[in-house]
Design a protein around this ligand. Structure first.
Ligand code: CA
Length: 359
């Protein structure tokens, strides 16, 4: 080693020694998620976010992710992030509809937008603006946190041939969709995930909805109910990241940018992951359980559901001016975006079916 290089190295080492106590001390955050930490793909975004933040910050920004098995409060995430016990959360906005009905707009709504339409609304329409307004009073920021894509309408033990078949049917279906089903006489119940299979198997419930093939296959519903209905009620379920406002505002700008960029990246990744898992799972189900019957509700049933959904929306809009404002904006955006979806995706898929191009 020549002398100059040696001196240079010593100087660098000395500078590093001097710099290290002064360099920003490590940021250590905790994130609580609604799901068990093994429930992928829902649990994927927080785990991937923590890994990305660690790498991108050279180990200076550490996020410890705690699943439901640890904190035992799956529906306490918003309160825990608001209170600062956790700087971050990962959950679903529509779980907070009891605190503010306007939180439903940031997950998905019955007969609402598709994922691409909804992402356009979030990032290039008024979605993010409204989400910020709605969550402001909780002292948190909310961000999109990964999409399940269009969900299936659920598993039914019996075929639904008419609106009358819904009367008295016992079904697990949460959110606004549950309110819509209740209007048509469905006996809506909520049952913890761990008891769903047994409830359906024993006939405690007649039907349930969960997500789509990728997540449903792990639950085994296809073994106990053979009618698998296409969706209408959760066309684009978006998860959410919650961030305590004070904690975020205190971060150096570079970490704010890093965090927001990483949240967006891992959210998009969940959408892709779930799509891939559903494609795999559906191929497997079709092969191993050829008696699964994929059905779409008859048109009169769908029309009755749509009418009931509009009544539910109108009921909230009459009492809540903010609901009315967001509903109006959402509908106008959907109308514009849907016209393009039809011209692009719908006609492409229709042509692909007509020509049977995947054979
Ligand atoms: Ca669902």
């Amino acid at each position: 080693m020549n002398r100059f290089l040696k001196v240079g190295l010593i100087a660098t080492a000395a500078a590093m020694l001097l710099a290290s106590p002064l360099s920003a001390k490590k940021i250590r955050w905790k994130l609580a998620e609604t799901w068990p930490s093994t429930l992928t793909p829902l649990a994927s975004p927080p785990a991937k976010l923590a890994a990305l933040m660690k790498e991108m910050s050279d180990g200076e920004f550490i996020i410890k992710v705690e699943g439901k098995e640890k904190h035992k409060a799956p529906l306490g995430i918003l309160d825990m992030v608001k209170g600062g016990q956790y700087q971050m959360g990962h959950s679903g906005s529509y779980y907070w509809k009891g605190k503010d009905i306007n939180t439903v707009w940031f997950t998905t709504v019955p007969f609402g937008m598709t994922p691409s339409e909804q992402y356009a609304w979030f990032y290039y329409g008024n979605g993010m603006k409204y989400m910020k307004e709605v969550y402001d009073k909780f002292g948190v920021y909310s961000y999109p946190g990964g999409n399940t894509g269009n969900q299936m309408g659920g598993w039914f033990r019996k075929e639904i041939k008419s609106v009358d078949d819904l009367k008295g049917l016992k079904m697990r279906i949460p959110g606004l969709a549950g309110e819509v089903m209740a209007k048509l006489g469905v006996n809506v119940t909520n049952i913890p995930a761990g008891e769903l299979y047994t409830s359906l198997d024993r006939g405690t419930i007649d039907a349930l909805e969960w997500v789509g093939p990728g997540m449903d296959i792990k639950m085994g519903f296809h073994k106990v109910a053979k009618y698998y209905y296409t969706g209408w009620h959760e066309p684009a379920s978006e998860m959410q990241f919650l961030v305590n406002k004070k904690a975020f505002d205190k971060l150096p700008k570079k970490y704010q940018v890093m965090l927001e960029t990483a949240m967006k990246a891992v959210s998009m990744d969940m959408y892709i992951e779930n799509f891939a898992e559903s494609a795999d799972a559906w191929a497997k189900m079709k092969k191993e359980y050829p008696d699964i019957k994929v059905k779409t509700f008859p048109k009169p049933v769908l029309e009755a559901l749509k009418k009931a959904a509009d009544e539910v929306y109108a009921g909230y809009a009459a009492k809540n001016p903010k609901f009315k404002e967001i509903w109006t904006d959402y509908k106008a955006y959907m109308k514009k975006a849907r016209a393009w979806s039809m011209m692009s995706q719908y006609y492409y898929l229709k042509m692909s079916k007509d020509l049977n191009i995947t054979k």
